[in-house]
Design a protein around this ligand. Structure first.
Ligand SMILES: *Cc1c(COP(=O)(O)O)cnc(C)c1O
Length: 390
């Protein structure tokens, strides 16, 4: 703990409970990014990229290790949304196809799915939640039995709550039904162990800046090896494909067919360093510590009059959401910010299928990570008590 905090300069500055928004960079990540920018300024961007090629390759290998994949199954993109969109808009969806979604669906994904529906004529089918507020596996099984079901889109950990959807069970059901499983692992990556074989997903997407503690402007896409040759990306460039003759091109063999030639080399290196940092602590250890810290947040907040914890789910994670009676979520966030504490707000426009149905227009989100201390949680509870009393 002391070592983790010493390697995180931001710990000295703020009470940061916004790791689900963007975590605090570890010093080695910061050094790697700044170091590469300096190299670019000294020897030139192309030359610096050549010199750093092994570090960039290392990023693919590290991400592959993190999720139990092969480096050839990984593409680096500038966000999780870009990664998810690249995959989703490239998959072969036909007019009669049914695409199953859940109430945890993320705003950007939902917009893209509506666009997909408009473009292809496919049908979006909502699979209801169970009594715990997570995807109902029996309802999913029934929906999968329809022969026109082509794909299941699931958010592993929704942005607006502390629950963990039963992704392994969803993957098993999809596998049995022979249906593509696309997993948005944006909020689970970096806070718990993930294994794509166990998850049974065809596609997995994640961002760099959240629990992975990488730089902003980074994300990645995993696509299962056997699928890649059959999925031509909606957009290609001269990195994703080769212009082989005046009227011909060949798409590259690996997942990098979903990338673009131009990219930020410094942040790609930084992302790899962040993944190595997480692997260094161990994802099991991170998950264990985070679960206990987040339980500590929920216990403290539940004891404050006028504060309601809004988390659902059987299995919970590092994210906690709550509301304060008589005070809007943005106002709570602003009061905390004025006291040096960072949280974020999730509004209905990010979670249309979930928050309005629960009678909520917004929730305050406090997200811990392994660098958070019990002492910080006490201070946080004191701050929230004062806000709730005012
Ligand atoms: C943050 C988030 C995203 C989007 O990630 P970006 O890197 O900002 O595109 C997608 N899904 C979920 C569940 C998220 O929380």
């Amino acid at each position: 703990m002391e070592r983790a905090r010493a390697l995180t300069p931001g710990c000295e500055q703020v009470l940061h409970l916004n790791h689900a928004g963007a975590s605090l960079l570890p010093q080695p990540v910061l050094d790697a990014v700044v170091g590469h920018l300096q190299l670019e300024s000294q020897i030139g961007g192309y030359e610096a990229a050549e010199a750093a090629a092994p570090q960039v390759e290392r990023t693919y290998a590290s991400i592959a290790e993190l999720i139990g994949a092969g480096p050839d199954e990984i593409a680096l993109l500038d966000s999780a949304t870009r990664a998810w969109n690249m995959a989703m808009h490239s998959l072969p969806i036909e007019p009669q196809d049914r695409v199953l979604i859940s109430r945890a669906e993320y705003g950007s994904n939902a917009i893209a799915l509506l666009q997909l529906q408009k473009r292809t004529g496919c049908q979006l089918v909502l699979v209801e939640d169970d009594e715990h507020g997570q995807i109902d596996l029996e309802a999913l099984e029934r929906a999968l039995a329809d022969d026109d079901t082509a794909l299941v889109s699931l958010v592993h950990v929704p942005t607006q709550g502390g629950l963990v959807n039963p992704a392994v069970e969803v993957g098993r059901l999809c596998r049995e039904a022979g249906v593509l499983f696309v997993l948005d692992a944006c909020q689970s990556t970096g806070q718990m162990p993930l294994d794509v074989d166990e998850l049974g997903c065809a596609v997995l997407t994640a961002t760099g800046r959240k629990f992975l503690r990488g730089p902003r402007g980074t994300g990645f896409l995993y696509m299962r090896r056997d699928l890649i040759p059959h999925i031509e990306p909606v957009m290609l460039d001269l990195h994703a494909a080769t212009w082989t003759a005046a009227d011909q091109y060949e798409v590259r063999e690996d997942a990098r067919r979903f990338e673009m030639w131009e990219h930020d080399v410094a942040t790609r290196i930084g992302l790899g360093v962040a993944v190595d940092h997480a692997l260094g602590w161990g994802l099991d250890a991170i998950a264990e510590r985070n679960t206990s810290l987040a339980d500590g947040v929920r216990t403290r907040l539940s004891a404050i009059p006028g504060v309601t914890v809004r988390d659902q789910g059987e299995q919970r994670c590092a994210i906690t959401t709550f509301t304060v009676d008589g005070l809007g979520a943005e106002a709570v966030k602003a009061c905390l910010r004025a006291e040096g504490a960072n949280v974020s707000v999730t509004t209905a426009v990010s979670a249309q299928l979930d928050l309005p149905r629960r009678g909520l227009d917004a929730v305050v989100r406090a997200s811990v990570h392994y660098v958070t201390t019990e002492e910080e949680l006490d201070r946080f509870a004191t701050l929230v008590s004062a806000i709730a009393r005012a």
